[in-house]
Design a protein around this ligand. Structure first.
Ligand code: NAD
Ligand code: GLY
Length: 373
């Protein structure tokens, strides 16, 4: 068919297939364009099983009909539930809407849930799948940059508790992850920036060369250049898959993926979930954790400044809200990495290397005073 001058040409980004190797199973992560329209790529689980697409009220009108159409050839029944949108709805009441729908519709144990959306939908769908009838299968179809580079991979599922972020949850690995880069076309700019926080994270903790690549391509990433996005998603997923394969249940190494998250989770909980985006809080938190790494004598100021400069270039906040040091410290004690009330932080030991550290409250308070308000 001839192409009119106004019809954009499809972007030629080859599909990448990565796998994540766990102790007892492996699954694929597919990254590419146009994947949502490929039945053999998307459909999973037993033929003639039933499927429920779990999405939200923003993503449903954009993509649910396409996914529903593609899945209809594989599953005996395909329905969609659209949850209320937002971090503030990552809670029991919203999760119960999924269980009400599953039980009300007579869905059995062979049912496959498809998480179509960002990290909030992905985390809640995964948790619903972990719990429903003691466990059913699910597929991650991430539609935000943040979900494509991080939350859809690795099987951490959760809801929030008013006292703390992701405090109620389970490990439950998906059958497959399908990251269709074309879905990022409709994402607001602020959400692209939020996703870039988790992309930047992988540099200081695991791959200093990747940090250099992000510095060179940050403008292209913000402009949604598909080749740049494809590389960023692929390299992020490779690093995450490598870490999770070594420590699926977060007993040690996996904690490095939480760089910036101790400060970030305190910002999210302290302001009320949804006030700052998760990626914004993590971006700001990474700057604070880099500063703490300097004050602990682990890295030089120049490396911390390099990280902060990149966070700013990504369009993310570099100063935290003024909650007060005491409130930050209280909030940070409610963290899954804390042990016997001692807060533990992921700090940078050297460019591309990180590990867990304790730190004196006085030193942490200095970081808060210097970086907030
Ligand atoms: P989100 O799920 O709230 O999505 C961001 C916004 O973008 C929402 O309003 C959503 O409706 C909208 N949206 C999604 N896809 C869209 C599209 N293609 N076009 C237009 N709008 C779209 O936020 P997020 O940043 O994707 O995820 C953050 C969540 O992920 C947090 O709850 C965080 O705790 C969690 N998380 C989990 C892990 C993990 O390992 N499980 C890792 C990182 C983050
Ligand atoms: N995002 C942190 C983890 O998956 O462990």
């Amino acid at each position: 068919m001839p192409t009119s001058p106004t019809t954009p040409l499809p972007t030629l980004v080859p599909t990448t297939q990565l796998s994540i190797d766990l102790a007892d199973r492996r699954y694929d992560i597919l990254i590419g364009c146009g994947l949502l329209d490929q039945p053999h790529t998307v459909a999973c689980g037993a033929a003639s099983s039933e499927a429920l697409i779990v999405t939200n009220t923003t993503v449903a009108p954009l993509y649910a009909h396409r996914l529903q159409r593609v899945l209809a050839a594989h599953h005996a029944r395909v329905n969609t539930i659209a949850l209320p949108d937002g971090e503030a709805h990552k809670d029991w009441d919203t999760l119960n809407l999924v269980f009400d729908r599953l039980l009300g519709g007579g869905y059995d144990r062979r049912t496959v849930l498809y998480a179509l959306g960002g990290g909030v939908v992905g985390d809640m769908t995964g948790f619903a799948a972990a719990c429903y009838m003691r466990g059913v299968a699910y597929v991650q179809v991430p539609t935000t940059l943040l979900a494509q580079v991080d939350s859809s991979v690795g099987g951490k599922t959760a809801i929030n508790h008013p006292a703390g972020k992701n405090m109620i949850g389970a490990f439950h690995q998906p059958l497959r992850v399908i990251a269709d880069l074309d879905t990022l076309d409709t994402l607001p700019d602020r959400e692209i920036s939020a996703g870039l926080a988790e992309v930047i994270k992988y540099g200081p903790i695991a791959d200093d060369e990747f940090l250099g690549w992000i510095e060179q391509h940050i403008d292209a990433l913000r402009a949604r250049d598909k080749s740049a996005l494809a590389h960023a998603v692929r390299r992020s997923c490779e690093i995450k898959a490598h870490v999770v394969a070594q420590d699926e249940r977060d007993a040690g190494l996996r904690a490095i993926l939480n760089f910036g998250h101790t400060f970030g989770h305190a910002i999210e909980a302290g302001l009320g979930f949804g006030t700052w985006l998760h990626g914004e809080a993590v971006g700001c938190g990474m700057g604070m954790a880099a500063d703490l790494s300097v004050r602990c004598g682990l890295i030089d100021v120049a490396y911390a400044q390099r990280i902060k400069a990149l966070i700013a270039r990504a369009g993310l906040p570099t100063r935290g809200p003024s909650l007060g040091a005491a409130r930050y410290l209280d909030l940070m004690r409610i963290d899954k990495k804390s042990e016997s009330g001692q807060i533990r932080f992921v700090l940078i030991d050297a460019p591309g290397q990180a590990s867990l550290h304790g730190a004196d409250d006085a030193l942490v308070a200095e970081v808060i005073e210097a970086n907030c308000g």
